[in-house]
Design a binder for this molecule. Structure first.
Ligand code: 5GP
Length: 207
């Protein structure tokens, strides 16, 4: 029998390098699966429905809220984002370790319902560093950048207190190594090893 999968929550202020880190982890750490969220925002660039997100309209999202289909959801910068309970449960039952790239509000809801979830907060090294990154990626207007910086400074970064781990992203390679280390160590927790250890004990003739 395989163990039930683990849930890894990753949050960060916009521009902290989270997407890059999550993408590298998914490519390089075996048995890690991305939890595909539902959102009401429009697909960007090359995004494909059912890969990065399930793209739905507001009416469909609100129907799912009314039917209590989300383990968590939040409105982030004017759009709904949510994790479907059935999707998450199915993946975990299949023994998959899931990575949830979700905002701080959604993270608190998941921790409430699944206290065994492991949460990682990615912190920018400074306000200036975050401002530069948001400007350099040339994705947002200066108004949007200002909105994100204000939100980060007034609300988001203080929520690091609700997380199990904090990774200060000074250097992508170093942050990747830290996050990989956290995931691998968490997988060795005794309570996650029960099924494996049990089968080893049987080879000794024990039960
Ligand atoms: P983006 O639109 O750039 O893909 O994501 C915007 C923000 O929404 C990011 O901070 C991302 O972590 C968050 N987000 C993505 N999916 C979910 C979700 O299912 N639930 C919550 N609460 N936040 C999400």
């Amino acid at each position: 029998m395989s163990e039930r999968g683990a849930v890894f929550i990753v949050s960060a202020p916009s521009g902290s390098g989270k997407s890059t880190l999550v993408t590298s982890l998914l490519q390089k750490v075996p048995n890690l699966t991305f939890s595909i969220s539902y959102t009401t925002r429009q697909p960007r660039g090359e995004e494909v429905d059912g890969k990065e997100y399930f793209f739905v309209n507001e009416a469909a999202f609100e129907k799912m809220i009314a039917e209590d289909q989300f383990i968590e959801y939040a409105k982030v910068f004017d759009h709904y984002y949510g994790t479907a309970r059935a999707y998450l449960e199915r993946a975990l039952a299949e023994g998959k370790d899931l990575i949830l790239d979700i905002d701080t509000e959604g993270a608190a809801q998941v921790k409430n319902k699944l206290p065994e979830a492991i949460s990682i907060f990615i912190m920018p090294p400074s306000y200036e560093a975050l401002r530069k990154r948001l400007e350099n990626r040339r994705q947002d207007s200066s108004e949007t950048i200002q909105k994100r910086l204000t939100w980060a400074g007034q609300k988001e970064i203080y929520r690091y207190r609700n997380y199990d781990y904090v990774v200060v992203n000074e250097d992508l390679k170093q942050s990747f190594d830290l996050m990989r280390g956290i995931i691998l160590a968490e997988r060795c927790r005794r309570d996650r090893m029960t099924a494996r250890v049990q089968s080893i004990i049987q080879t000794f003739g024990g039960k």
